[in-house]
Design a protein around this ligand. Structure first.
Ligand SMILES: NC(=O)c1ccc[n+]([C@@H]2O[C@H](COP(=O)([O-])OP(=O)(O)OC[C@H]3O[C@@H](n4cnc5c(N)ncnc54)[C@H](O)[C@@H]3O)[C@@H](O)[C@H]2O)c1
Length: 254
């Protein structure tokens, strides 16, 4: 029996088969979950990727900046699942001016977009899914360690610091609904989101060297496994937590 046997999950953020969310979806199905995916932008593309999963799941549209999409999300998910036990937020975006060493010159409009899509959406998604989580459940988001200022990550780093705080406030307010809220802070992975960061190579070169356990930049499975574990019944008293899946880099000085 899988660790997610019988669980009903909503997984956001599948774009390519390199997406962290793709590994989450694949492993979740292998571990017994029934899933629905959300897609952003060209849904036909996400549907094509979804066909590579063990059981191609339904794909519904979600732009986290679109209030109508959010307001109708529970009804649209409800057409496929009679409730939700888990939700994965694997969404991030920042305009180019927010990344790559332009920190002092980024205009507010671009920062606002980064915060809307990458930070505020964690709250929006949680609230949109809550009507389906009558028996409680777990919400997991994807983080990049925001306790330090990194090279080139810039305003996305600020957005992730906000995400970490947002997760704690959600944990505070959703605990009474039996909903746990946690983050997985992954090390750098070669996904579309990462490739759009100018200077991402700086992480690529140093991370595997610094990590006590080593680090494979193209393996999304360790981060996905942590998401699954947090949505399973094996973390029943854990909320507001950040689990680092980074080969151990966060624990090492210099
Ligand atoms: N790749 C890394 O190095 C790394 C490390 C730590 C954390 N993360 C985080 O993991 C998450 C997933 O990213 P990924 O690396 O798998 O890259 P990815 O490009 O495969 O996924 C990013 C997803 O965000 C979605 N998205 C962007 N704007 C959206 C919007 N307005 N509404 C809904 N969805 C939208 C995209 O469609 C895409 O599916 C992000 O939060 C990212 O910050 C990534």
């Amino acid at each position: 029996m899988g660790i997610l046997e019988g669980k009903r999950l909503l997984v956001t953020g599948v774009l390519t088969d390199a997406s962290i969310a793709f590994s989450v979806a694949k492993l979740a199905q292998e571990e017994g979950a029934t899933i629905v995916l959300t897609g952003f932008g060209r849904l036909s593309l996400v549907e094509r990727i979804a066909k590579r999963l063990p059981e191609p799941p339904p794909v519904i549209e979600l732009d986290v900046q679109n209030t109508e999409h959010l307001d109708s999300l529970a009804d649209r998910v409800g057409e496929h699942l009679d409730g939700l036990d888990g939700v994965v937020h694997s969404i991030g975006f920042a305009p180019q001016s927010c990344l790559g060493g332009n920190f002092l010159n980024t205009p507010w409009e671009d920062v606002a977009t980064a915060l809307h899509v990458s930070t505020y959406s964690f709250k929006s998604l949680a609230v949109a899914c809550l009507p389906l989580m009558k028996e409680g459940g777990a919400i997991v988001g994807l983080d990049f360690d925001a306790t330090k200022a990194w090279p080139v990550y810039d305003w996305m780093g600020v957005a992730k610091a906000g995400l970490e705080s947002c997760a704690r406030y959600l944990a505070r307010d959703l605990g009474k609904h039996g909903v746990r809220v946690n983050l997985v802070a992954a090390g750098p992975l070669r996904t579309m989101a990462a490739k759009s960061i100018p200077g991402f190579k700086e992480f690529e070169d140093s991370w595997p060297e610094k990590a006590p356990l080593g680090w494979d930049l193209s393996d999304t499975v360790p981060a996905a496994k942590a998401c699954l574990a947090l949505m399973s019944d094996w973390f029943p008293a854990t909320t507001g937590e950040i689990v680092h899946v980074d080969g151990g880099v966060h624990a090492i000085g210099a």
